[in-house]
Design a protein. Structure first.
Length: 270
């Protein structure tokens, strides 16, 4: 059963796009890398639930929710407007590597609830804080035949339903390496919207390699052309390279994208 929302929460959910387009606050700041931040806490295999689950960051929402809260709190203290859920690898496809695929919905719901709790605690009328439900690229590329499109779509739908149950404000399909994977994610999310009878803002963030293209060879112009018909609100880049290497791609998006542009770089290439 999906969690019901209060009128205040419903207003804030609508408020994300209003805040994004507000002349008083034209830039919204997202948090940083969840995995890297968790590594800095020096967690042990025991924290993850045993040697077999070591490295499964998603399992921490159950075994060490205090660690997940700590990461969210650090970013909120730093002034971030948006925190992402600890669900980058929380599709059943990725969780199957740990034998946890049957718990995908529960992982996403709990991760969203933890982020929601922290964002609500830090929100003020002057500076509302938002929760972005994170959907990572999985470990399979449909364009290369690693996985059937419908199987991938169904896995993303399950993840989206869990995030909706946990009360996120928006979705971010991030670190995208394959346009076909993006389509599967967007179709899965739309199916989840249809099932619950409401929709949230949608954000897509692709990853460009040092070669200047996505992992499967698509350039930024192809990404814009392919995604233009989809009902998304924000399109941008994240991960892989630092700000310097992203400049040309962001310049192209600024000139040609019909969507709001986002840029979430990492610290740069080693």
């Amino acid at each position: 059963m999906l969690a019901s929302s209060t009128p205040t929460r419903q207003a804030q959910r609508l408020g994300f796009l209003e805040r994004l387009h507000s002349p008083e606050r034209p830039v919204l700041v997202f948090d940083g890398a969840t995995g890297t931040s968790l590594q800095l806490l020096n967690l042990t295999a025991e924290d993850f639930g045993g040697l077999a689950l070591e490295g499964c960051n998603e399992n921490l929402v159950f075994t060490r929710p205090d660690a997940v809260r700590t990461v969210h709190r650090q970013f909120l203290e730093a002034g971030c407007d948006v925190i992402e859920t600890d669900t980058f690898g929380a599709t059943s496809i990725v969780l199957a590597e740990y034998g946890l695929e049957d718990q995908a919905f529960a992982f996403n719901q709990r991760a969203a609830e933890l982020a929601r709790e922290m964002a609500d605690a830090w929100s003020t009328p002057e500076k509302p804080r938002f929760v972005a439900g994170s959907l990572g690229p999985t470990t399979k590329l449909p364009t290369l035949g690693h996985i059937d499109f419908d199987v991938l779509k169904a896995s993303f739908q399950e993840q989206a339903e869990g995030l909706l149950a946990g009360d996120v404000d928006l979705f971010i399909v991030e670190t995208c390496q394959d346009v076909l994977q993006i389509k599967a994610a967007l179709m899965g999310i739309e199916a989840a919207f249809a099932k619950v009878g409401r929709r949230l803002p949608l954000m897509v963030s692709v990853t460009m390699e040092t070669t200047g293209t996505m992992l499967v060879g698509s350039d930024i112009a192809a990404v814009v052309a392919i995604l233009e018909p989809f009902p998304i609100d924000v399109l941008g880049l994240n991960c892989a390279t630092g700000p310097e290497q992203m400049k040309e791609h962001i310049r192209y998006l600024s000139a040609h994208s019909p969507f709001v542009v986002s840029c979430i770089p990492n610290a740069g290439l080693p």
